[in-house]
Design a protein around this ligand. Structure first.
Ligand code: THU
Length: 130
């Protein structure tokens, strides 16, 4: 694991806006450009409008001009894994999903590591990209 990612995910988690669930999530992505992109969850009183930390970090990466992920670290209280929507979203920017490690850390720094391909083994795919 790139140690920069764990620190970045921990740091950004402090900015999570999670007054409804009180479940704070910080995510850090290492882009193919070698830069670190971060995001936290941003909840809304209309619960369904909530933005997850992982997709927030992805948006930062794409906005900066990078379209490929190398590695992801997610920090939560209990080391939870990314939701299905975030798994599919991460896949969009992972040309070889088995090469992308997703590391889930809890508050004590314990980690579980998964290949993105095992977290999302049968994703939606199509060949309609222009
Ligand atoms: N959440 C994330 O940020 N990422 C995930 O992959 C799953 C869930 C957030 C959404 C909500 O703010 C809180 O965690 C509880 O579901």
């Amino acid at each position: 694991m790139d140690e920069r990612l764990l620190k970045a995910a921990r740091d950004v988690r402090a900015n999570a806006y999670a007054p409804y669930s009180v479940y704070r999530v910080g995510a850090a992505i290492l882009g193919a450009d070698g830069k670190v992109y971060t995001g936290c969850n941003v909840e809304n009183v209309s619960y369904g409008l909530t933005m997850c930390a992982e997709r927030s970090a992805l948006a930062q990466m794409v906005a900066a001009g990078c379209q490929e992920i190398q590695e992801v670290v997610v920090v939560t209280a209990d080391g939870g894994t990314p939701c299905g929507m975030c798994r599919q979203s991460l896949l969009e920017f992972a040309p070889v999903p088995s090469n992308v490690w997703v590391i889930c850390a809890n508050e004590d720094g314990d980690t579980d590591s998964y290949r993105l391909s095992e977290l999302c083994p049968a994703p939606f795919q199509s060949d309609i990209k222009k």
